[in-house]
Design a protein around this ligand. Structure first.
Ligand SMILES: Cc1cc2nc3c(=O)[nH]c(=O)nc-3n(C[C@H](O)[C@H](O)[C@H](O)COP(=O)(O)O)c2cc1C
Length: 356
């Protein structure tokens, strides 16, 4: 099965890379991601000043991660003199260097990092929402490099389409969508305090709970600016998720929180699973997924769910959750046609897929 994907002159053996974060924070971690088989490697965000990071700073729940981590804890000189030369000794796949944040930072960082980078990813997480400021940052980066520039969008940026247009006009090649969501909050009920948070008491949320937001952002940007490359990130934790992002318009994907929640070998597992999952859904390659138009099958026609009695375990979850009080257990599960609103909740929640 052909898992390759290419865009802006970058050739990836498969469409999964690590997202910028603690798993790509030094040379050994970059090497770990190579061993996992990632199609390209992304670095932790490098900046000109050292971050002051509260401890603890990463909270993991079942479906989400919350963090108050910031950018790389190492000075940019360490990256330039140590981590990046070490990575380049055996470099065999694209390296995307994540940088932040201001124009002034870019004036210092891009000339020093350019020889190591196949592309730049630029965090806009802490620079506000002014698109002119972001566009000016792109222009500054462009004045120092010919490499692809991918601007990373944060969910608190209100206008993804406007963001895409502004950065494209300024000379960027694409968008990485999305950064973590927030500000959000973690309350420790036992101790009546906030343990995880920044000075204002806030954290950023990532992982499976933000996947649907990330998918919509990828889709919006690709629709508004088809010429831009989109790299999809947010909530990926299985091969199916990667395929969904490609269908929404991404050329490749990144993951972090999935691996923080399920283990660091999730990268190799997803890459290993991709051929079987592609085959299961009738795709012949990653390129095939990228070429497949996503149809909008939204309908306004009412329908009544159909029960497969052989699959139904009579658990009555559908009865308990139906917002229209239309489901009852008699001999079998039955639907009151006059009450049923065709909302679909019962079908999506049925644990034995007995409804369609
Ligand atoms: C602990 C942690 C640290 C992160 N650090 C960075 C960072 O330095 N630069 C950046 O652009 N994004 C950073 N992110 C955001 C991730 O790269 C990613 O965009 C986000 O977590 C959504 O993807 P996920 O759900 O797969 O984690 C961080 C996320 C987490 C959870």
């Amino acid at each position: 099965m052909d898992l390759t994907t290419n865009f802006n002159g970058l050739y990836l053996a498969n469409p999964l890379m690590p997202a910028s974060g603690p798993l790509v924070g030094d040379a050994d971690k970059l090497a770990f991601m190579v061993n996992e088989g990632c199609g390209a490697i992304v670095t932790k965000t490098i900046s000109t000043i050292l971050p002051h990071i509260p401890k603890p700073c990463i909270y993991g729940d079942r479906e989400y991660v919350m963090n108050s981590e910031l950018w790389s804890e190492y000075p940019y000189q360490k990256w330039v003199n140590d981590f990046l030369p070490a990575f380049w000794q055996t470099k065999d796949r694209p390296l995307i260097i994540s940088v932040g944040y201001t124009k002034a930072d870019m004036e210092i960082l891009i000339p020093l990092l350019d020889r190591f980078a196949d592309a730049f990813e630029v965090s806009t997480h802490y620079v506000g929402t002014d698109l002119k400021v972001i566009a000016d940052t792109v222009k500054t980066i462009r004045s120092h490099t010919t490499k692809p520039i991918y601007m990373k969008i944060s969910p608190h940026l209100p206008d993804p389409e406007g963001f895409a247009k502004a950065i494209s006009d300024a000379g960027a090649n694409g968008v990485v969508a999305v950064n973590s969501l927030g500000p959000t909050m973690k309350i420790d009920l036992n101790n009546r305090n906030i343990v995880y948070g920044n000075d204002a008491g806030f954290v950023w949320t990532s992982g499976p709970v933000i996947k649907n937001l990330a998918l919509a952002t990828v889709y919006k940007i690709k629709k508004a600016m088809p010429s831009l490359t989109v790299i999809g990130v947010g909530g990926i934790s299985k091969a199916e998720d990667v395929i969904e992002f490609l269908l929404a318009g991404a050329s490749a994907t990144q993951m972090l929180s999935g691996a923080l929640l399920k283990g660091k070998n999730l990268f190799s597992k997803i890459i290993q699973d991709l051929p079987l999952v592609l085959e299961k859904y009738g795709f012949s390659s990653i390129e095939d997924v990228k070429q497949t138009p996503l149809k909008n099958a939204v309908s306004y026609e009412p329908y009544i769910p159909i029960l497969n009695p052989e699959k139904c375990t009579k658990c009555q979850l559908c009865v308990r959750i139906c917002p229209y009080f239309a489901i009852e257990l008699k001999e079998h599960i039955t639907f009151d046609k006059d009450k049923c609103f065709s909302c679909g909740l019962c079908i999506s929640k049925c644990p034995s897929q007995a409804l369609k």
